[in-house]
Every structure is written in structure tokens, then in C-alpha cells.
Write a protein that binds this ligand. Structure first.
Ligand code: XAN
Length: 448
């Protein structure tokens, strides 16, 4: 397949690259092979050959090729309650709403129904890769992996471990640390077998829910499993004041230090939220090359603070973007990247007018749409060690084709188009989505 048209691709956290009419060639393995500009000698011949072979796809006017988005934090089983009960504090929301819902996934038919609904919805929002928390249930989690395989989404999938009887209900609990470790190992094998069998881009992930919900024996065993199989790890870290204090009270260490103590902060770890991380925690993340999944919508409800994205990036901490369904209410990473910019502006300015203006906020906090775009693409890819998130040769051909709905009303320089796309794109503007060069979504009535 050869794509011809305009594109935006992140260069780094502060620069985005625009191409006005390049050819992007994709090889038979689903990788980007070449990016050929009109000034290159073989532009015309490659284009003509693609046209003759009927593999040339010309983007219509006012549509743009972007890397697919990478959602670093999704609780797949919480999809049915997206937007519900977000006025409750985290611990209350978990116990009253979330754990009872997740307990229902003991029924794998229910899991099948939800996951077959969720994956196409995420693809329609431009999300080509997602890092998922499942539930404690093996069969339901396999339904999630199968749904990714069915619809062609790249999925990183974790069987949740939560075995601490003091912090989990008897109706929704991993029976013991031994079950946690054996069950996780069994799930790892099953997902790896599915990946082979279906040629699917699904990867198992070690998933202690968070420090409060796990026993030390489970945390230690999961750290060892991750090392033995060289697996990615995900959890929550310093997500709220309550969670932060829990680690201090029960382990006499900071939350990040507890995770590190059990071998759970590695270069393959992605820790969600981090609103309460101290500068020494950020330095620890940097040393371990552990990533933060920034979840700006969810953090507005449960975070008790705004995560300092810019400061983390300046300390060379890996950061990507997460929807955190359903602590966040929307499957759209566009909505989340908009909120990332807005939250950073509020952190910069402060929120209480009774304070003196120049002491109200935190300097150097504001990020732009360019940085937010980076988080949703290259930042996420780097966190997962994926050759994705940029439109460059040898990277995976995970794309979205997006329409600029205000093109005829406003100036059309690249900077204006880019900002409009970041602020106005909804599923109605996402014409087509590709993973590994295969089309996995298109808008009905469109043939891109
Ligand atoms: O936003 C969140 N959603 C969850 O499901 C969860 N579990 C622990 N901490 C959490 N935070």
C-alpha cells in the first residue's frame, strides 16, 4: 500500500513535523518502508507504479495522515460505567461502583459482550494500541485479548491481581498470593499462545492493581515473574493523596519506593497517574526508565493534584497519555490531550484568586497541543518500547486519517491545521484507521 497526502508526525515532545504531499510506502509486514517527498528522484515513478498496481491511496482534500494513538491506561471492564459516579472519592468509587461491576466478569459472556463493544469504539476514536487492565478472571481477560485480535487492535493485556483481604471485597478478590502468581503465569502463557495462533498483536502484562490492594507476597512474586519472562508491568502509583499516604502508613516508604522494592519499577513498567509523585520519585522513575501514564481527565476527579507533565519531561521521565476509562469518562485521546493542555495551564496559573497572582501557580507547567500530541503518540510508544507513534521508515504502519472540518473557514497554514485537528477531531472526522498496514476501521460511507 502507498499513501499519498499530507501528514503530521511528532519529532519530539516540543516539535511536530508536517509533510504536504509525501508518499508513504508500507511493506507486506505492515511496516513503513519509505517516506518519499516530491523532490525525491523516484517520487513520480513510485507513484505511477503504485497506481498501476492499484495500491495507491490518495488522501482526499483536507484530510491528514497521523500516527494512531496509544492509550497507556484503560480499564476495559469499566467501559459500561464510563461517566458514572465520578463525584465520589477514589476509594469510595472503587468499593461502591467499580469492584461490583468488575466482579460481574466472572461471567465471560458478559465480558464478550462488553469487549466486542469497546474495541471498535476505541479504534473509531483513533486508538490503535491500548494498555489494558482486565479483571481478576482468566477467561474474561482472554475475551479481551480475543476482541483485540478480532478487530486488529494492538493490545497489552493484564490480569489484575488484588489479594489483600483488608482492601478488597470477598466477592472480588484474588484468592491468595499463590493464586495471583500461578494465575498470572497461566494467563501469560494463554495470551502468548493466542498471539501465535491468531498472528495477533497481543502481549500479556504483569498487573498488580495498586499497592493497597496487594499483599507483599503477591507484589514480590509478580516482580519475579516480570523478570523471569521479561514482561511489561503496569500499576497505579501515587494516584491520590489517599493512595500516597497508604504506602507511608503501611510500608513506611513512598508508594514508588514500595513498587521499586518489589522489582516493579523497570524500564518496561507503566505507572498510571503519578499526581503525587515527589521530585525524588521522578528521579527514581528516570533511573529505572519507568513511564508515567498521564490521565488528565481522571486526575481531575481522583488525582487531588495536576500531574507536572512538563517537569517530568524535563527530568527525562517517559510520559504517555491514558484515558483511564472509567476514572476518565471518554474513550477519546483527543479529549484527553485537550484536557492535558487545559490542566497544565491551570497548574501554571493556579486556581485560587485569593492568592497573590505570581504565587498562585507553578512556573513552567504549561504544555502545548504539540506536547500533548507527543504524549498520545511517540510518548506512549517509547513507554511500551514500540517502534510506533511516528511516520518514519521501519516504524509500524499504525495510522489514522483525519478530516479538518473547518478547513474552508480558517487559514490553512500547517500550524493552524494541526491545532484545529487536535481541538476538533471527533470520531465523525476519523475517516479510517490502520494497524500494521491493515485497515481496521472506516467511517461508513467513506472508502479511505
Ligand atoms: O482510576 C482508577 N481506577 C481504578 O480502577 C483503580 N484501581 C486502583 N486505583 C484506581 N484508579
Amino acid at each position: 500500500m502507498v499513501f499519498q497526502g499530507a501528514s503530521f508526525s511528532p519529532q519530539d515532545a516540543y516539535h511536530v513535523h508536517f509533510e504536504s504531499n509525501a508518499l508513504l510506502t508500507v511493506d507486506h509486514t505492515g511496516l513503513i518502508d519509505r517516506l518519499i517527498r516530491p523532490s525525491d528522484a523516484d517520487y513520480t515513478s513510485v507513484r505511477q507504479a503504485a497506481q498501476a498496481a492499484d495500491i495507491l491511496q490518495i488522501l482526499p482534500a483536507h484530510t491528514y495522515l497521523l500516527p494512531g494513538f496509544i492509550d497507556l491506561h484503560v480499564h476495559a471492564p469499566q467501559w459500561p460505567q464510563a461517566g458514572l459516579a465520578l463525584d465520589r472519592p477514589l476509594n469510595d468509587w472503587l468499593n461502591t461502583h467499580t469492584f461490583p461491576l468488575e466482579a460481574r466478569y466472572a461471567d465471560s459472556q458478559f465480558a464478550h459482550r462488553v469487549y466486542q463493544h469497546l474495541i471498535p469504539e476505541l479504534l473509531a476514536n483513533g486508538t490503535t494500541t491500548a494498555l489494558y487492565f482486565g479483571t481478576i478472571h482468566h477467561d474474561a481477560n482472554l475475551e479481551l485479548a480475543r476482541a483485540c485480535a478480532d478487530y486488529g487492535q494492538r493490545g497489552y493485556i493484564g490480569q489484575v491481581v488484588m489479594d489483600n483481604p483488608d482492601q478488597t471485597p470477598a466477592t472480588y478478590r484474588t484468592p491468595s498470593a499463590t493464586d495471583a502468581i500461578n494465575g498470572t503465569e497461566k494467563f501469560v502463557m494463554a495470551v502468548q499462545a493466542l498471539a501465535k495462533q491468531r498472528h495477533a498483536a497481543v502481549t500479556p502484562v504483569i498487573t498488580p492493581r495498586f499497592v493497597p490492594s496487594c499483599t507483599p507476597a503477591a507484589l514480590a512474586g509478580l516482580g519475579q515473574l516480570a523478570q523471569r519472562y521479561d514482561l511489561p508491568i503496569q500499576s497505579h502509583c501515587s494516584e491520590s493523596t489517599w493512595e500516597d499516604q497508604y504506602a507511608q502508613e503501611h510500608f513506611h516508604r513512598r508508594d514508588a519506593e514500595v513498587l521499586d522494592h518489589f522489582g516493579l519499577l523497570t524500564s518496561r513498567s507503566v505507572m498510571a497517574h503519578g499526581t503525587q509523585l515527589s521530585t525524588s520519585d521522578l528521579d527514581l522513575f528516570h533511573q529505572r526508565q519507568t513511564a508515567v501514564a498521564h490521565c488528565p481527565i481522571s486526575n481531575a476527579y481522583f488525582g487531588n493534584a495536576v500531574f507536572p507533565v512538563n517537569q517530568a519531561l524535563h527530568r527525562d521521565v517517559k510520559v504517555g497519555l491514558g484515558s483511564d476509562l472509567s476514572g476518565g469518562f471518554t474513550p477519546s485521546l483527543y479529549r484527553n490531550l485537550q484536557q492535558a493542555v487545559m490542566a497544565s495551564q491551570m497548574r501554571q496559573d493556579g486556581v485560587d484568586a485569593a492568592q497573590v497572582a505570581d504565587k498562585r501557580g507553578v512556573k513552567d507547567s504549561r504544555i502545548s497541543a504539540t506536547t500533548a500530541f507527543y504524549l498520545a503518540t511517540k510518548g506512549g510508544a517509547t513507554s511500551l518500547h514500540l517502534q510506533a507513534g511516528q511516520l518514519i521508515p521501519s516504524y509500524t504502519a499504525d495510522f489514522q486519517i483525519v478530516h479538518d472540518r473547518y478547513a474552508t473557514l480558517m487559514p490553512n497554514d500547517a500550524g493552524s491545521i494541526f491545532e484545529r485537528l487536535m481541538y476538533h477531531t471527533t470520531p465523525a472526522d476519523i475517516k479510517a484507521v490502520y494497524v500494521r498496514g491493515q485497515r481496521v476501521h472506516h467511517l461508513k460511507g467513506d472508502h479511505n
